[in-house]
Design a protein around this ligand. Structure first.
Ligand code: ZN
Ligand code: ZN
Length: 406
């Protein structure tokens, strides 16, 4: 009743999932006749009283589960089996019904070509199977950091990647993009093409999808909706914001990696980076951790709008005029806007490797979960888990928070 009352007041929910247990069942579990009857009545009720509300149900025994998705068309109800996909191997629970889409049952042939022999010795066959067989990762931004991450992923055994970047290779980024050559800059080749070619040369069997566009423009299809991880490797605040939005919308866990080199009077005053792991339900995100600067997001979006207008030769239209802030004035407030940031490959390599290690450990469960991992190389070199940021985050975050009225 509480849930239904809340549903009527909310406009941001499009799916209701009914979860209950059969606590005396040890392993195999099935929906009972009572469950069937109740849920058929309930899906009819939902269908009559809510627009576009989806309904699914899960029943757990002590060790397994069964799940299904209900449809109601023209008064006729039907259910199809579902599988629950979790972001880490450790959280994976056996499905009693083994539907076609059971992600835990895929058993690929491993290392026929020898490529993964040494990795298998390190990670073990089970972990590697998980990575190879059922994992796909999208990397947003394949510049200095994203290209290192992509290369590390392929070397570690990941076989399905989606690269998103609308930029082309320039001479000024050849000092750090893995896989980009001098001729790529001369040919103004897209970064996604250069990096994808490199990955394919390392291991021909990897499947790399290229999206030469901004993350905001990437169309969500089945492949993207079923991604296992998204890795954010762009220094652009508005695309990081958009990537986070996408991840939350699709319930995909993500890893944000970033580097910073600050130079004052010709001297490096800060040389650091961090990796943040955000999984749905963790109750923190880049917004409440203060890792996204709203002024920068506004500035970047306005700049894009302005340059799009320049390209199309279109003058400010009436509906754009009030949306668009005065860029010149805004520039003064945004520290470092349009200023080329210093960037070196060594720092990218450290953080790129850390990001992939954080990801791998999600599969091995070997280390304690450290949501924010910081690398600093200033007076001293350290890697530490940033607990303080986590504790001081905004606890009423509307991006990742779950607001309940009861
Ligand atoms: Zn039941
Ligand atoms: Zn948040």
């Amino acid at each position: 009743m509480y849930a239904l009352a809340e549903l009527q007041e909310r406009f941001d929910i499009d799916c209701l999932i009914d979860v209950h247990t059969h606590p005396f069942a040890h392993r195999s579990v099935n929906f009972s006749g009572v469950d069937d009857r109740d849920e058929i009545n309930f899906v009819k009720f939902i269908n009559e009283n809510f627009d576009d509300m989806h309904y699914a149900s899960i029943v757990f025994s002590q060790e397994e589960y069964e799940a299904r998705y209900w449809r109601c068309e023209g008064g006729k109800t039907s259910a199809s089996p579902l599988a629950i996909k979790t972001s880490t191997t450790g959280e994976s629970i056996r499905n009693s019904k083994e539907p076609d889409c059971d992600f835990t049952r895929i058993e690929p042939e491993l290392a026929i070509d020898g490529f993964l022999n040494r990795t298998a010795l390190a990670l073990g066959h089970e972990t590697l199977k998980e990575i190879v067989g059922s994992s796909s990762v999208m990397i947003v931004g394949v510049g200095g950091l994203g290209s290192v991450i992509a290369e590390n992923l392929v070397h570690m055994g990941f076989e399905r990647l989606i690269l998103v970047d609308d930029d082309i290779v320039e001479k000024s980024n050849l000092n750090r993009i893995v896989g980009a050559y001098w001729e790529d800059a001369e040919a103004a080749r897209p970064k996604v093409e250069a990096v994808a070619r490199h990955l394919g040369a390392i291991r021909p069997s990897v499947v790399v999808r290229r999206e030469q566009k901004k993350i905001e423009d990437v169309k969500v299809d089945a492949e993207i909706a079923s991604l296992d991880w998204i890795i954010l490797a762009t220094d652009n605040h508005s695309s990081r914001f958009a990537a986070q939005e996408l991840a939350f919308k699709l319930f995909i866990p993500f890893i944000s990696a970033g580097v910073a080199i600050t130079v004052d009077d010709g001297m490096i005053s800060d040389y650091s980076g961090e990796v943040i792991v955000v999984r749905p339900g963790d109750r923190f995100c880049l917004t409440c951790l203060n890792r996204l600067n709203p002024t920068k997001i506004a500035f970047e979006r306005a700049s894009e709008l302005a340059s799009a207008e320049q390209h199309t030769g279109r003058k400010e239209t009436a509906d754009h005029a009030d949306l668009r802030p005065d860029l010149q004035r805004l520039k003064g407030y945004v520290l470092g806007a349009n200023v080329k940031e210093p960037a070196v490959k060594t720092l990218n390599s450290v953080l790129g490797a850390l990001a992939v290690e954080q990801l791998i450990d999600q599969y091995t469960g070997r280390t304690e979960q450290q949501p924010i991992l910081v690398y600093e190389r200033n007076k001293q070199s350290v890697i530490y888990g940033d607990v303080e940021s986590l504790e001081n985050r905004n606890k009423n975050c509307i991006t990742c928070g779950i607001i309940t009225n009861y």
